[in-house]
Design a protein around this ligand. Structure first.
Ligand code: NAD
Ligand code: AHE
Ligand code: ZN
Length: 375
């Protein structure tokens, strides 16, 4: 198939909030600096649902969603040297070119090389899509579009991994699990003995708890409005649980009272701007640091009294947990293979691409963490 158009199945989001439709999609060959990947397994993340809802200012329709997956390189375009046909890979929505101002700054895992193109659903080369249906272009999403049996990504947006790794598991290392672990290890740099609060006990929040436990946190306080989440959260490291609905006082006051003045680190893993405020204000005066992980819709704004920051609290955010994707995803796969990090425990359902709309419905079910689709 090298150099030829491939027709395959993909779940197309034709319009916001309309069911995804499994369509026969044409996938064009990769151009220079591009890689065509046969996607074997993809998971669903709340960010897919966020864009599907129409709330994402960068959301364009029709598009192929999906950004947490694993597969095998089918073919590469001219000039691609770091991967070849047959390599096992994880697509990376956070690219890493190693040449741009961001990559060279030593201060961020952001990368500027292809973001302008991926933000408008096209490829860098010709600002066009590689997906089409009978000649009608279908937009890319986050530079990954993994809800398709074949996708085309930039070579700086794909990590080559150990072929021993089970793709049906390590697909999760494309987003949620690394984001939670990295928010603790890279963005906050949680020290042993720290007191940590994590708001939202979904996949990302549980990965924060796992990361905090590995970092030697002394207390990991889990906050969720669904008390059914607590039992499972204990398996990921949560030591105490608070349901804001069971308290009259604002949750940040409850936490300050419980921790002799506030936590050392907090993590918002929901996407709710009022919880983001609580997550900041439950931090300890003088040093408490709050990391925003959750994605909030355009127009949503955070607020707090400047005095909260003047007196030493720090408000930060994270993309993909601060991991440099191409360089560090392979080592996360190795950590999984050595059983140093969990992946299997975050997979609660296995389905197929055809079931994708049912899979999204499942995500609103409190027991669901990650659904993995066999493509
Ligand atoms: P999820 O929906 O599985 O988890 C959210 C959890 O928050 C659920 O358990 C829910 O019960 C709980 N919750 C909802 N409202 C709450 C409230 N008011 N107070 C306390 N708990 C509340 O989502 P997820 O897949 O874990 O993702 C979490 C967020 O992180 C989403 O916004 C997602 O878009 C974002 N995300 C960001 C990145 C990044 O790189 N920054 C990466 C992955 C996911
Ligand atoms: N287009 C969206 C961006 C929302 C957002 O913040 N996305 C996260 C990844 S969430 C993965 O589950 C992110 O890290 N973005 C980095 C980037 O470069 O967009 C919007 O709201 O505009
Ligand atoms: Zn995601």
């Amino acid at each position: 198939t090298q150099g030829q158009v491939i027709t395959c199945k993909a779940a197309v989001a034709w319009e916001p909030n309309k069911p995804l439709v499994i369509e026969d999609v044409q996938v064009a060959p990769p151009q220079a600096g591009e890689v065509r990947v046969k996607v074997l397994y993809t998971a669903l993340c709340h960010t897919d649902a966020f864009t599907w809802s129409g709330k994402d200012p960068e959301g364009l329709f029709p598009c192929v969603l999906g950004h947490e997956a694993a597969g095998i390189v089918e073919s590469v375009g001219e000039g691609v040297t770091e991967v070849k046909a047959g390599d096992h890979v994880i697509p990376c929505y956070q690219a890493e070119c190693r040449e741009c101002k961001f990559c060279k700054s030593g201060k961020t895992n952001l990368c500027g090389k292809v973001r302008a193109a991926t933000g408008v659903g096209v490829m860098m080369n010709d600002r066009k899509s590689r997906f089409s249906i009978n000649g009608k272009p279908i937009y890319h999403f986050m530079g990954t579009s993994t809800f398709s049996q074949y996708t085309v990504v930039h070579d700086v947006s794909v990590a080559k991994i150990d072929p021993v790794a089970p793709l049906e598991k390590v697909c999760l290392l494309g987003c949620g699990v690394p984001t939670g672990l990295g928010a603790v290890w890279n963005t906050a740099k949680v020290e042993p003995g720290s007191i940590v609060a994590v708001f939202g006990l979904g996949t990302v929040g549980l990965a924060v708890a796992e990361g905090a436990k590995a970092a030697g946190a002394s207390r990991i306080i889990g906050i969720d409005i669904d008390s059914k989440k607590f039992d499972r959260a204990k398996n990921f490291g949560v030591t105490e649980f608070i349901n804001p609905k069971e308290h009259e006082k604002p949750i940040q006051q409850v936490i300050v009272d419980l921790t002799d003045g506030g936590v050392d680190y907090s993590f918002e893993c929901i996407g709710n701007v009022s919880v983001m405020r609580a997550a900041l204000e439950c931090c300890h005066k003088g040093w408490g640091t709050s990391v925003i992980v959750g994605v909030a819709a355009s127009g949503q704004e955070i607020s707090t009294r400047p005095f909260q920051l003047v007196t030493g609290r720090v408000w930060k955010g994270t993309v993909f947990g601060g991991f440099k994707s191409r360089s560090q995803v392979p080592s996360l796969v190795d950590k999984y293979l050595k059983k140093e990090i969990k992946v299997d425990e975050y997979i609660t359902h296995n389905m197929t691409l055809a079931d994708i709309n049912k899979a999204f419905d499942l995500m609103h079910d409190g027991d669901c963490l990650r659904v993995v689709l066999d493509m």
